[in-house]
Design a protein around this ligand. Structure first.
Ligand code: ADP
Length: 608
C-alpha cells in the first residue's frame, strides 16, 4: 500500500467520524467483536473437541453436559460475530452514503469557484471528476467504509489466531506471521501500482465513457442511426476501454519473481508448521483440543493478507484522493488572491474599454491578439467575424470568466481585475450562445431562483420580460402558465423549441437589466429565431435596451447592420471597425462577407 492509499484510508476514517460519531463508534465496536470472535470461537471449538473423548466415555447422559456448554458458547460467539458483521456492513453503508454526499458537495464547491472557467478546462480536473463519477473505472465509494471495516476486522481477527500459534510454538507463530505480513506488504504495493496504472488511464477511460454515452444517450441518436455509426461507436468504445484497462490486466499476471518466491515461502512455512502440528499430535505432545485450536489458528491466520477486499477498498477510495486533488487545485487557483478592492456597483456608467487584449487558451495558439475597442453608455457594438475568430472568447473575457494574457479591460477606467468578480458579473446581462436550459419553471428560468425575488413584483417583471421577447402568449397557453416546468422528461414538464428557449434566455437578460445590470452582452441572439422575425426581433432588442452598453456577437451581418459600430474580427485580430455604411464603403472583409451572405437573397430576387 503506498502513501496515497494510507492517506485515503486515514481521510476516510476522519470523514466517517465527522459523518456520524455514534455510527463510527458502533463500527469500531463491531470491528472489535468481529476481530476477537474468531479466536474465541477457535478456543471454544478446541475445548469441545478436547472434551469429546471423555464425554464419549461417560456416555450420553453424563457426557453430553461436558461438551454442550462450550459448544453452545461457540455457537453464541459464532452468532454474535455474524451479527456484528451484518451490523458492520449496514452501518458502513450508511456512513459510506453520507461520505459520498459530503465528497460530492466538496467536489461541487471546488469546481464551481467563482474565479473563472480555467480550472474546468484542466485535464486533471476532468480526470478527477471522471474518477468521482465512476466513469474512470472504479467501485462505488459508498462501499468503501464497509470495505475498510471488513479489511480491518479481518486483520484484527487474524491477530488472535497468530497469538494462539505462538502458544503452539513461538517460532511457528512468528514464521506464519512473517510470511503473511510479507504477502500483505507485497500485495499492497502491487495493488498500489495497479491502481496507479488504472487511474493513470483516467483520460482514456473518459474517452471510452464518451463513446458509451454516445451509444446510449439521446444527444447523438439521430446521427448514429442516419449515418449507420453504431458499429463504429461500439468498436471505438471497445478500443478505448481496452487501451485503458490493459496495463492493469498485464500487471495482474503472477509472473513476478517476488510473488512466486513469496508463494513458495508461504507453502514451506505452512508445510513445516503443519508437519510439526501432526508430529506433536501423534507423539502425544498435543491433546485433541489443542490440536483443533492450533489447526484452526493456522487457517485463520491467512486473514492477515487482506485478500482481494483490500484491492477493492483502495479502488473504492480513489474518489477521496480525487476530491483532495480538486480542492488542492482550487487552493492553488485561489493562490492568486482576489485583488478586488473596489465595488462594481454602478459601473460602468460611461464606458467599457478593451485595450490591447491578448489571450491564449494554451501556449500553442493565440486566440485574441492586440484587441482594442470601447463601448459607451447608449452605444451598441456588434462583434462579427467567421467561426473561430474569437468573438465568444472576447465575451468571456469581458464577463471575467477568463483572464486576459495581457492588456486591460476597464469599466469607467477601472481595470476589471480590481473589481470583485461576482460583483462585476451582477452588472452584466448575458446570453451565451450555448446558454443553460435549466430544468426549472418558466418564471424561475427568467429570475434564476433568487428567493428574495419571488414576490408579486417579481412576477410582474417576469411576465413583462416574457412579453418583451414575444413569449407572453405562448406562456399563457402553458398548463400552469409561467409556473410550468420546462423539460419534457420532468413530470408535468413541457419543452420549448430552440427559438423559444433563445427568447427565454433573452428574457432572463432583460430581467437582469431590470435588476440594475448595465451591460448587455448577447452571443448570436437570433441564431434559432426564424429569419423572417430576426431583424424585427433584433431591432426591438436594441430599442428596449436604449441607454445601456450593448455588445452583440453575430455572424449574420444583415441582422446587426443597425448597431452604432461593427467590429470585424479575423483570426483574433480586429481588421476593421465602423458603421455598416462606413464598412461597406471600404472594400474589406466586412463588405465581402456581407455581400456573400446577401447573395442568395439578392441574386434570386427573394428569400430562399
Ligand atoms: P467564435 O466565437 O468567433 O466562433 P471562439 O471565441 O469560440 O470563436 O473561438 C476562438 C478560437 O478559440 C477557436 O479556434 C476555438 O477553437 C478556440 N477555443 C474556443 N474555446 C476554447 C477552449 N475552451 N479551449 C481551447 N480552445 C478554445
Amino acid at each position: 500500500m503506498n502513501r496515497t492509499h494510507r492517506r485515503n484510508r486515514r481521510d476516510l476514517i476522519g470523514l466517517a467520524w465527522r459523518s456520524g460519531r455514534g455510527n463510527t463508534a458502533l463500527l469500531f465496536a463491531t470491528i472489535l467483536v468481529g476481530g476477537v470472535g474468531p479466536a474465541v470461537f477457535m478456543l471454544l471449538v478446541g475445548v469441545t473437541v478436547g472434551r469429546l473423548p471423555e464425554a464419549t466415555r461417560l456416555g450420553v447422559d453424563d457426557g453430553a453436559g461436558r461438551v454442550a456448554g462450550p459448544l453452545a458458547a461457540a455457537g453464541v460467539v459464532f452468532l454474535v460475530t455474524q451479527v456484528a458483521g451484518r451490523i458492520r456492513f449496514t452501518v458502513g453503508e450508511i456512513l459510506g452514503q453520507r461520505i459520498e454526499i459530503t465528497l460530492r458537495e466538496r467536489a461541487m464547491r471546488a469546481c464551481s469557484i467563482d474565479d473563472g472557467l480555467d480550472h474546468l478546462q484542466d485535464d486533471g480536473t476532468r480526470d478527477d471528476l471522471a474518477i468521482l463519477s465512476g466513469a474512470a473505472g472504479g467501485l462505488p465509494l459508498e462501499r468503501a467504509v464497509a470495505g475498510l471495516a471488513e479489511v480491518t476486522a479481518a486483520l484484527v481477527g487474524a491477530l488472535g489466531p497468530l497469538l494462539l500459534l505462538m502458544f503452539f510454538h513461538v517460532w511457528a507463530g512468528a514464521a506464519v506471521a512473517a510470511a503473511w505480513f510479507a504477502v500483505r506488504l507485497v500485495a499492497g504495493r502491487e495493488n498500489g501500482k495497479r491502481l496507479e496504472l488504472l487511474f493513470g488511464q483516467a483520460h482514456v477511460m473518459r474517452r471510452a465513457e464518451y463513446f458509451r454515452k454516445l451509444a446510449v444517450q439521446a444527444a447523438a441518436a439521430k446521427e448514429i442511426r442516419v449515418f449507420g455509426l453504431r458499429e463504429w461507436v461500439l468498436a471505438r468504445l471497445d478500443r478505448e476501454w481496452l487501451t485503458a484497462i490493459r496495463p492493469t490486466w498485464e500487471r495482474r499476471r503472477p509472473s513476478d519473481a517476488k510473488i512466486v518466491l513469496l508463494s513458495c515461502a508461504l507453502v514451506a512455512v505452512y508445510g513445516l508448521v503443519f508437519w510439526k502440528l501432526v508430529d506433536d499430535g501423534v507423539h502425544g505432545a498435543l491433546d485433541t483440543g489443542a490440536f483443533a485450536v492450533f489447526l484452526q489458528a493456522l487457517i485463520g491466520a491467512s486473514a492477515v493478507s487482506g485478500g482481494t477486499a483490500a484491492f477493492g477498498l483502495d479502488v473504492a477510495l480513489a474518489p477521496v484522493a480525487a476530491v483532495r486533488r480538486l480542492e488542492e487545485r482550487k487552493a492553488a487557483h485561489r493562490g492568486a488572491p482576489d485583488p478586488a478592492v473596489r465595488t462594481a456597483a454602478g459601473l460602468p456608467a460611461h464606458r467599457l474599454e478593451v485595450t490591447d487584449v491578448t489571450f491564449a487558451y494554451d501556449e500553442k495558439r493565440t486566440v485574441l491578439d492586440g484587441v482594442s475597442f470601447s463601448v459607451g453608455a447608449g452605444e451598441s457594438v456588434a462583434l462579427v467575424g467567421e467561426n473561430g475568430a474569437g468573438k465568444t472568447t472576447l465575451l468571456k473575457l469581458l464577463a471575467g470568466l477568463l483572464e486576459a494574457t495581457s492588456g486591460r479591460i476597464t469599466a469607467d477606467g477601472i481595470p476589471l481585475r480590481e473589481l470583485g468578480r461576482a460583483d462585476w458579473r451582477r452588472q452584466l446581462a448575458m446570453v451565451f450562445q450555448d446558454f443553460a436550459r435549466l430544468p426549472l419553471t418558466v418564471a424561475e428560468n427568467v429570475h434564476v431562483l433568487r428567493a428574495d425575488r419571488d414576490d408579486e413584483q417579481t412576477r410582474k417583471t417576469v411576465l413583462a420580460c416574457l412579453e418583451r421577447v414575444g413569449l407572453g402568449e405562448r406562456v399563457e397557453r402553458l398548463p400552469h402558465g409561467a409556473d410550468t416546468v420546462l423539460g419534457a422528461r420532468l413530470p408535468g414538464g413541457v419543452d420549448f423549441s430552440g427559438g423559444e428557449w433563445q427568447r427565454l434566455a433573452l428574457a432572463r437578460a432583460f430581467f437582469t437589466l431590470h435588476q440594475g445590470a448595465r451591460v448587455l452582452m448577447v452571443d448570436e441572439p437570433t441564431a434559432s429565431i426564424d429569419p423572417s422575425a430576426e431583424t424585427e426581433f433584433f431591432d426591438r432588442l436594441l430599442d428596449e435596451t436604449e441607454g445601456m452598453i450593448r455588445i452583440v456577437v453575430s455572424h449574420r451581418f444583415n441582422t446587426v447592420r443597425r448597431v452604432d459600430r461593427i467590429v470585424v474580427l479575423e483570426r483574433g485580430r480586429i481588421v476593421a471597425s465602423g458603421s455598416h455604411d462606413e464598412l461597406m464603403r471600404e472594400d474589406g472583409l466586412y463588405r465581402r462577407m456581407f455581400l456573400a451572405q446577401a447573395a442568395p437573397f439578392t441574386e434570386q430576387g427573394g428569400v430562399r
